[in-house]
Design a protein around this ligand. Structure first.
Ligand SMILES: [Zn+2]
Length: 433
């Protein structure tokens, strides 16, 4: 199937930041095969035309850190400290209610929300990830997934040894898959023993897959790790040699200059979750400094329990605003820079920038359009500004992943919305028992 997508503006997000007015993109199966002016395309080249102009076409958003099957927890316990929130609300509720059915229903809701708001790839850490993989694959969204390893019993395993077994068999099942990219997920330095971290590190090396971990998220984490090991979280992990392997570091709020240098030296990718860090009052990550030092920073929502949505447009706007006010400098975090963070730079963090993250020939056809046919987006001056400062996730019009149209003109395909609404209430009943 060859699809021709017409656009008022194409934001290629390629190395030259090319913008093409009145442009077109041609896909052939899973790939982009031609990008140019509409006038350069001929009728015989394609089987189907997707035309939702006036619009902006760009690569799909890449959410670098989330826990999508926490969708059932949306609004369940707000306005708490992170440790109180985890220890007294989230973890007990997970043990009470999270099972295979909970994961399946939550995953379906979250994927619908992600596609509706333009996310075409996400990086996830949670439990029963084989179910998340199954649902992601059957709908057709790209996903980096790993079973979240942690010291204590979880809904999917009784002890870390069993967790490791589940994680390893997941990796074996999905290594080389078209849609699912296995990762080795360690929850955090304070919730994983040194032995578990080292064992995880060995598995990641054995299968050559990235490690994904929450690192230096809160001040209290720094205090815990200092009291246990007399080192900060980043220095502690560095002392274990773990950064020598491909490492995806979520949050990373508490990093000093020397630790930023360590991340730079080992090319550690950072997932920036500004809304979660604000909602849990964790702090503001030194992202401007990291970007200046040349660290790869991608954007992320975290799970909806601490956000409370998976809308990357909303997240971009927050990201731009929080760093401007934090630095008392409106010039930092421009709309273009933030949009790069949510697309090509997120792809770099996950190590998949050869395949996705920009609109270029030979890349995978992971493409979205944003409708400009609405008064709150008028008049048009700068397409980057429209997306980051004026649009909302619901302005996303069409979504193509791996060459397959999953949403056209705001209409989700392959997803039964009424069933999702019914299931959301079922999840609430499960949690409130
Ligand atoms: Zn997280």
């Amino acid at each position: 199937m060859r699809i021709f997508i017409k656009a008022s503006y194409i934001l290629t997000m390629n190395g030259k930041d090319e913008v093409i007015e009145n442009g077109g993109v041609l896909t052939d199966n899973d790939r982009i095969v031609k990008v140019g002016k509409i006038s350069e395309f001929e009728n015989k080249e394609y089987d189907y035309v997707l035309d939702d102009r006036p619009n902006i076409l760009l690569p799909g958003f890449i959410n670098t850190h989330t826990h999508i099957s926490m969708a059932g927890f949306r609004g369940f316990a707000d306005d708490k400290d992170l440790m109180d929130w985890l220890n007294n609300y989230i973890w007990p509720a997970e043990n009470r209610a999270v099972d295979r059915e909970f994961i399946r229903l939550s995953t379906e809701i979250a994927i619908a929300e992600m596609i509706r708001t333009g996310t075409t790839c996400y990086n996830d850490m949670y439990f029963f990830e084989e179910i998340t993989a199954e649902v992601s694959r059957s709908i057709g969204i790209r996903a980096f997934l790993g079973e979240g390893l942690i010291d204590f019993p979880t809904p999917s395993f009784k002890n870390p040894k069993d967790g490791i077994k589940i994680a390893e068999s997941f990796i074996k099942n999905y290594k080389g898959d078209e849609y699912i990219y296995p990762t080795l997920c360690l929850h955090a330095p304070y919730s994983c023993s040194k032995e578990l971290i080292i064992e995880g590190f060995e598995i990641a090396k054995k299968y050559n897959i990235p490690i994904h971990m929450h690192v230096a998220e809160t001040k209290s984490e720094v205090d815990i790790i200092k009291s246990r090991y007399n080192l900060t979280p980043v220095r502690y992990l560095h002392s274990l040699g773990i950064f020598e392997h491909k490492f995806i570091s979520a949050h990373s709020v508490y990093l000093d200059d020397e630790e930023i240098e360590i991340f730079k030296e080992y090319n550690v990718g950072v997932c920036h979750d500004p809304q979660s860090n604000m909602k849990l009052a964790s702090g503001i990550a030194p992202i401007v400094k990291m970007v200046q030092k040349g660290i790869n920073v991608g954007l992320a929502t975290d799970g909806v329990a601490s956000n409370n949505n998976l809308d990357m447009i909303d997240e971009m706007r927050t990201c731009a605003l929080v760093h401007k006010v934090n630095n008392l400098d409106p010039k930092v975090m421009s709309a273009k820079e933030v949009l790069k963070m949510a697309t090509i730079n997120s792809a770099k963090v996950l190590g998949i920038d050869e395949k996705i993250g920009s609109i270029e020939v030979n890349k995978k056809a992971d493409i979205i359009t944003i409708s400009l046919d609405n008064f709150h987006l008028l008049p048009y001056y700068d397409p980057y500004s429209i997306i980051v400062y004026s649009a909302t996730g619901l302005d996303v019009s069409s979504v193509i992943i791996n060459g397959k149209i999953l949403m056209e003109k705001g209409e989700l395909k392959f997803i039964d919305i009424e069933k999702l609404k019914y299931n959301a209430n079922k999840l609430k009943e499960k949690l409130m028992l």
